[in-house]
Design a protein around this ligand. Structure first.
Ligand code: 9MR
Length: 375
């Protein structure tokens, strides 16, 4: 009799525990619910997620995010490898996935000097093409891609990273051949290809006053000429020391004054030391591996993790404060495993810059951010 009672008691406790844990996992608040009335919360998708292989990543995406951006599959060298050849395999899958999950879908990036198809700006002898030829090529590129996803992709990074920290224009092939005019042209072609899509200029390190001022001038020029620009993407490739919250905030305010939305794009917070200040996302930066640059090989010390949590939280606090000016915050990847920061700007390091860890677990900071949003 006593034995039966004991068994019954244990079974009862087990049922209660299972029920509690189920309720807990079902009811755990999510980022997209927390930011529902504030801004979209997005993530960049890589091939693993787009192809459906990374099922754990996709589960996190469905739970926490309501917007996606193509991390790599729409860059010109991937989507338009030869002048007469487009490759839409991955980009089609990306858009299908986004639609099935009811995501706000962003295309990235139509005109960018990096990962540029080798044929784009030169002739068969490797000489720069004429201004007219380049205009025609840009027009075909933009028309074909934007046109294909008309009405489905809701916003485009039309031009990416065209301005430098000192406020001068990057001396890219586009600039060499067309001067500053390549930017208005790109926006005009995109607007013609899908008049309903939102159009963005996207860059990194925009807290540098020179870059901020030139981007501001660009917004004015486009508007004066009747060319639409809906928002500026402020890439958030941050380090533990830079930028300050105030620097980032100043740029949000400056763009808002020009009458455009601000989007925090490409957000990640590196926990590792930077070999040099101001690298941002300058992909030409590449530093030799040194032990001092990779201090957490045995795991991240608690005090450092706490500092990272606090900094991540303080940036989200800033975004929440300016939710009336910010239309979207997009993480540059879902888990630490996905992050480009693992090998940049020093190869062979493991970084921890995102909101979900290598085991696909939510980091403690996620619920801290959600609580902050609720207040
Ligand atoms: O995260 C992207 C990485 O996987 C690619 O190798 C790299 C080159 O295409 O681009 C990374 O994404 C960049 C983005 O497209 C533009 N801003 C800087 C990002 C980080 O380098």
């Amino acid at each position: 009799m006593r034995k039966h009672f004991y068994l019954l008691f244990i079974t009862g406790i087990a049922i209660i525990l299972i029920a509690c844990s189920n309720t807990e996992s079902k009811e755990k608040p999510t980022l997209k619910e927390a930011f529902k009335n504030k801004f979209l919360i997005g993530a960049a998708l890589n091939t693993g997620e787009i192809s459906g292989k990374d099922t754990a990543g996709l589960r996190i995406l469905a739970t926490h995010f309501n917007s996606i951006v193509a991390e790599n599959c729409m860059k010109s060298e991937v989507i338009h490898p030869l002048e007469d050849q487009f490759n839409f395999t991955l980009s089609d899958q990306f858009v299908d996935l986004g639609e099935k999950q009811d995501m706000f879908i962003i295309g990235h990036a139509l005109i960018w000097h990096s990962q540029l198809s080798p044929w784009f700006c030169v002739d068969e002898n490797g000489e720069n093409v004429s201004a007219d030829v380049l205009k025609e090529r840009m027009k075909t590129h933009i028309n074909t891609i934007v046109g294909r996803y008309k009405g489905r992709i809701k916003g485009w990074d039309v031009v990416n990273e065209a301005i430098l920290e000192d406020g001068s224009y990057r001396k890219s092939k586009f600039y060499e051949i067309l001067g500053e005019e390549f930017i208005p042209l790109a926006f005009q072609y995109a607007q013609e290809a899908d008049p309903d899509a939102e159009l963005y200029y996207n860059d990194y390190n925009e807290w540098y006053p020179g870059r901020r001022e030139t981007v501001t001038r660009l917004i004015r020029t486009l508007k004066e000429r009747g060319i639409r620009i809906d928002a500026i993407g402020m890439q958030g490739h941050l380090g533990m020391d830079s930028p300050t919250l105030e620097e980032y905030e100043e740029t949000i305010l400056a763009y808002n004054k020009e009458g455009v939305n601000v989007m925090v794009t490409e957000f990640d917070l590196s926990i590792l030391p930077f070999p040099k200040a101001g690298i941002g996302a300058d992909l030409s930066a590449n530093f030799d591996y040194q032990k001092e640059l990779n201090p957490y090989t045995e795991g991240v010390p608690a005090s450092i993790q706490e500092a990272w949590n606090a900094r991540m939280l303080s940036f989200f606090r800033l975004f929440i404060k300016h939710a009336d000016k910010i239309s979207r915050v997009t993480m540059w990847g879902i888990t630490d495993q996905d992050s480009w920061k693992n090998d940049f700007p020093v190869r062979g390091r493991k970084d921890y810059p995102l909101l979900f860890d290598r085991d696909n677990q939510e980091k403690p900071v996620v619920q801290m951010i959600i609580n902050e949003a609720k207040q």
